[in-house]
Design a protein around this ligand. Structure first.
Ligand code: ZN
Length: 214
């Protein structure tokens, strides 16, 4: 069994979505100041680093991240390597990929993962995204969860947010900000656990892929 941690490390110097503020850590108790323990106040956006989108992210009054079922967040997943695609992943691309007919969780490795080599923190707007027709294709096949290796699954500055609306509207869980540099295409056991924040629109999540889990 091999476990791959495909999560980004939360830190002040990290890439955030188009200039959103990064995490901060403020000590509220400190051993070196005479306190018994170190305790910190963390501040970060709900869509920072590797994170999960809840339906209420784009749909008013829809369910929050606290309601996403562990049965969807944990289970077998298919990782597709679509690194040769330069802009949009379409339904035709997925049709041609090696996706088992009963796949419930799909992870998309793209050229975006190479952006994590850039430690400058620059946000790249020309990331590869999932086209709306591909979202509909996944929903129609009964896929419950889809993940991608940049901070959004939708084209930058999309006019209608059809990618998010199609997936979230169908109750599909979205994982964004995966670091898939070290993993290859194939079948894994996925474990992705967001913080259980009441009515939260999203949450940073620790995500691991387990190879040869049986
Ligand atoms: Zn999103």
């Amino acid at each position: 069994m091999k476990i791959y941690d495909v999560s980004l490390t939360l830190q002040s110097a990290m890439t955030t979505y188009d200039g959103e503020p990064g995490p901060t850590v403020t000590p509220i108790k400190a051993i070196d100041k005479g306190d018994a323990a170190n305790v910190s106040l963390y501040s970060f956006g709900s869509h920072t680093g590797t994170h999960i989108d809840a339906p209420v992210h784009f749909i008013p009054a829809a369910p929050g991240v606290d309601t996403i079922m562990p049965e969807v967040l944990i289970g077998p997943a298919t990782l597709l390597d679509l690194s040769s695609i330069s802009e949009a992943i379409t339904a035709a691309d997925l049709q041609g990929a090696e996706l088992p007919p009963d796949a419930a969780r799909v992870l998309l490795k793209t050229r975006n993962s190479r952006y994590w080599d850039d430690v400058s923190g620059e946000f790249h707007r020309d990331f590869v995204y999932l086209a709306p027709d591909a979202c509909r294709w996944l929903v129609d096949r009964g896929v419950r969860l889809v993940g991608i290796d940049y901070l959004s699954i939708e084209q930058f500055a999309s006019p209608d947010h059809a990618t998010h609306l199609t997936l979230l509207g169908a109750g599909v869980v979205i994982i964004e900000g995966l670091d898939l540099r070290a993993v290859h295409a194939g079948q894994y056991m996925l474990v992705a656990l967001p913080l259980k924040i009441k009515d939260g629109d999203g949450s940073p999540s620790r995500v691991v892929l387990i190879d040869d889990w049986e």
